[in-house]
Design a protein around this ligand. Sequence first.
Ligand SMILES: [Zn+2]
Ligand SMILES: [Zn+2]
Length: 163
Amino acid sequence: MTSYDSHNQGYYQDYVDGKVIPQHRIIMEKHLGRKLHTDEIVHHINGNPKDNRLKNLKVMSRSDHARYHNTGTEMTTLTCPNCHKTFQRPTVRVIWKRKHGQKNFYCSRPCIGEGGGPPKSKPNQKYSDLVRQGLSEGLSGYQISKKYGINKKTVYNHINRMK
Ligand SMILES: [Zn+2]
Ligand SMILES: [Zn+2]
């Protein structure tokens, strides 16, 4: 994961199940006996990102962490389009992403998944009209897929979107 951390560079990373995980997060998770939440940052108290002794590690919320460092990093408050929670991201990053076409900012990965994520492809208007028509005729998703030759998954996606 890409933790927002002002000392993002120079820490140790480990491979766990083929994924690269910052070592201090692994150590903290072992210590706590639970998984860290995506909003939890493991902060290095003495500022040395390689010093992973437990007494040098502290769990902070993302916003507390940003406030603690307060390195002049201006934060923008965003609202997650999926769960409507407000959260903060560094303003420079938000501006950069907007410039590159990102319109929706989600608070967490699960929300990206459930909310469909940044627009990959627009729902096809033609398909959604056909699906709508099929539904009004009392057809099931499967029947609509057969009748109009639309991929079944696409049909169900459209149906879900209409709910
Ligand atoms: Zn920190
Ligand atoms: Zn969310």
